[in-house]
Design a protein around this ligand. Structure first.
Ligand code: HEC
Length: 161
C-alpha cells in the first residue's frame, strides 16, 4: 500500500515539474500595452460576432424594384429613321408612343397597321376623310413620308406601357 502511495507521489511530482516548466513555452510579448489597440480588437470581435449572427438569420428577399425601361423603336432601317424624325410633329396630339390624347381628340395610333395609317393619311390629304386638326401637319407629306411615318408608327407599342 505504501509503495503505491510513494509511486503516486513520485508520478505527481514529475507531472507538477513538467507543468512548472511549461510556462517557458508561453510567449510573452514585451510590447507595452496599448489600450486603443485592445479596444479596437474588442470592437472588431463584436462586429465579427454580429456578422456571424446576421449570416445565421433567414434572409428576407428584398422586393426588387422594377426598372421602367423607356420604350424605343429600334431605328435599324432608313425608313424608320425618317419616320422617327417625321413623327416628332405628331407627338403634340398623338403622344410620344402614339397612345393618343383625349384632350386633343386624338386616337391611339401606336402599333396600328402601317397600311391603315398610310391609307388614313392619304385619304385625309385627298379630302376623302376630313380632319381639320391634322390638315396643316399632313399637307406637305410626300408618299414616301407617309410610308416612313406609317412604318415607324406601326412599331410603337399597341398596349399602353
Ligand atoms: C393637332 C393635333 C394632331 C396632330 C398634330 C396630328 N394628329 Fe393625327 N389625328 C388627330 C385627330 C383629332 C384625329 C382624329 C380625327 C377624326 O376624328 O377623324 C387624328 C387621327 C389620326 C389618324 C387616324 C387614326 C384612326 O384610327 O383612324 C392617323 C393615322 C393620324 N392621326 C396620324 C397622324 C400623324 C402621322 C401625324 C403627324 C404627321 C398626326 N396624326 C398629327 C389630331 C392630330
Amino acid at each position: 500500500m505504501n509503495k503505491l502511495v510513494v509511486f503516486i507521489l513520485v508520478v505527481s511530482f514529475f507531472i507538477a515539474l513538467k507543468g512548472l516548466n511549461s510556462y517557458k513555452s508561453i510567449e510573452v510579448s514585451n510590447e507595452p500595452f496599448e489600450y486603443s489597440k485592445a479596444e479596437n480588437a474588442y470592437k472588431n470581435r463584436l462586429k465579427t460576432l454580429a456578422a456571424i449572427e446576421e449570416a445565421k438569420r433567414p434572409k428576407v428577399k428584398k422586393e426588387q424594384k422594377v426598372k421602367k425601361v423607356e420604350f424605343k423603336v429600334a431605328l435599324d432601317t432608313p425608313a424608320l429613321k425618317r419616320g422617327f424624325k417625321l413623327y416628332s410633329k405628331c407627338i403634340v396630339c398623338h403622344g410620344k408612343l402614339g397612345a393618343g390624347k383625349k384632350s386633343q381628340n386624338a386616337p391611339k395610333i401606336g402599333g396600328q397597321f402601317d397600311w391603315y395609317v398610310s391609307l388614313q393619311i392619304s385619304n385625309m390629304q385627298k379630302g376623302i376623310r376630313v380632319n381639320k386638326a391634322m390638315e396643316p401637319y399632313i399637307k406637305k407629306l410626300s408618299s414616301q413620308d407617309i410610308a416612313d411615318l406609317s412604318a415607324y408608327i406601326s412599331k410603337l407599342p399597341w398596349k399602353a406601357l
